[in-house]
Design a protein around this ligand. Sequence first.
Ligand code: DX5
Ligand code: ZN
Length: 237
Amino acid sequence: MSTPNTVSSEPSIRIAPSVMCADLCNLETDIRELEAAGINMLHFDLMDAHFVPNMPIGLALIQQLRAKTDSTFDIHLMVEDNDFFVDAVAEIGVQQIAVHVESATHLDRTLSLIQAHGIKAGAALNPATPFSALAYVLERLDFVLVMTVNPGFAGQKLVPATLRKIAEGRAFLNERGVDLPIEVDGNVSFENIPKMVSAGADILVGGTSSVFQKSGSRLENIQQAQKAIALGLAERD
Ligand code: DX5
Ligand code: ZN
């Protein structure tokens, strides 16, 4: 039995809508529509305007939404003080946190801090950062977040080399006997989803080019994304 927001066939591929792309002035309504369409995982981009020059949402929004839904909260930290934000969102109650290897002065310690909170720990990789940066923290990881755009803004175009990187990253993990979910984030469009899934992506961050596409309803967009996922699964070796 696959989880609600996945395609019926195994392996289950999850869609995590990116909350910064939602209608922030009617957020609860938007979340209810997504959950009615089968979504049960939400992606939150926490930015400090230092690691990346943006700050779309804050801690209060996550705190208030926590009281409104039981969905899995997937936190993507794009900040300089990772440990501060890890403790802050752990206090709120979240299920997984990804920190950028490029901003983590003490990556091993920060990943251990996340796991000590009983939260799944992820390493986020900018497009130019290779999987080899994870070589000595694999034991500390529960997932990997592959940025398919440069972090900080929605509405960007995929960095083409990242499709190859997803496949090579899956091989990197397999060669080390490590079976970790790969989450992809950035321009996860209806056109890119099949390529991302066939390359090995397990969790898709749905943003402006799919889930929040203006041309369709939330349900229509999620159904179209699920069709694209099925195409990608069919192309897997
Ligand atoms: C960007 C964020 C993404 C972003 C995706 O730094 O990490 O989650 O919201 O937006 P799209 O899907 O429009 O690229
Ligand atoms: Zn993100």
